[in-house]
Ligand binder design. Sequence first.
Ligand SMILES: Nc1ncnc2c1ncn2[C@@H]1O[C@H](COP(=O)(O)OP(=O)(O)OP(=O)(O)O)[C@@H](O)[C@H]1O
Ligand code: SF4
Ligand SMILES: [Mg+2]
Length: 335
Amino acid sequence: MSDTVLKIDGLCKHFPIRKGFLGRQTGAVKAVDGVDFHVGRGEIFGLVGESGCGKSTIGRAILRAFDITSGRIVYSPQPHVEIELGTMNEAELRPLRRELQMIFQDPYSSLNPRMTVSEIIGEPLRLNRLMDSAQIPEEVRRLLRDVGLNPSHMNRYPHAFSGGQRQRIGIARALVMKPRFVVADEAVSALDVSVQAQILELLLELKAQYSLSYLFISHDLSVIKYLCTRVGVMYVGKLVEVASRDDLFSRPLHPYTQALISVVPIPNPRMRTRFRLLEGEVANPAAPPSGCYFHPRCPFAKEICRDTEPALRNVVAQGDDEHMVACHFAGEVGV
Ligand SMILES: Nc1ncnc2c1ncn2[C@@H]1O[C@H](COP(=O)(O)OP(=O)(O)OP(=O)(O)O)[C@@H](O)[C@H]1O
Ligand code: SF4
Ligand SMILES: [Mg+2]
């Protein structure tokens, strides 16, 4: 396998459901339930799926925003160095937190309205004593230039900026710690389409300039298609398909992926009729169906689909390419 910056193995995050005065646990939301994937160094790995399928939970698990239920999160800052983040305590995680940063969806609520842009971007440098305070303003100016903002505006407050500009400030704040790995969770979803394109372009430029790798989370397949090199499709806490971007979009093999792609506007009307729209409700991660979780919505479901959960398996017989699909009939059913 090529150089990997992050490897996720059997990741589970179950949130307890508590009821009553004593808060007794009566069940669990299996937000992420046995997920495996890797992100190559310098790669943009996209995670896509409907609302509630567990995308953000994976991003937050990687940043260790909480204790995970089980599994491994192996971070490799350099080739041949492996650090297991999943079992670390807070003191062990602290020096690594700089290297793993997050870009949030909402540039409005993620920036403190009472701090100037200069204070917002400079704060992590001050708090972590990474730089002499006299040098911080110059570093902030440099970062602002890198994210396409005018450094002379550094003493303004966030409300003086547009949505796209605020997202640039959020990106500068993530970059100030010189991370190696960035989780971008719905980073452009709150922005107008024209502004989205500019921010995506900026993320690509910064990836090269700062030697970054990204986990790019989005419910929007067109954004994923534009930016990502490989893509994982999630359904109810599990990955159902993982492939290179080109493979996934030209030859989606899981009926769920096929249905998702059918919802994306496809310019060619002949292509459009080959796909059917996604119907039915997403399964509840606290009480998922038996067998293949997608079977109640799948037009190709057979007896085995109701009883037996399909494993995520590589359907490419030869070569280095991987096209992983969790469907009993991958390649036999669908379009
Ligand atoms: N702190 C929490 N406590 C309990 N349940 C949670 C918690 N965080 C997330 N969940 C549940 O876990 C599941 C996955 O949520 P998650 O936010 O990861 O989904 P998502 O794919 O990011 O959705 P969206 O596209 O809406 O952002 C959902 O059912 C959600 O309600
Ligand atoms: S395993 Fe069966 S129900 Fe699940 S996606 Fe494949 S055909 Fe559909
Ligand atoms: Mg989310």
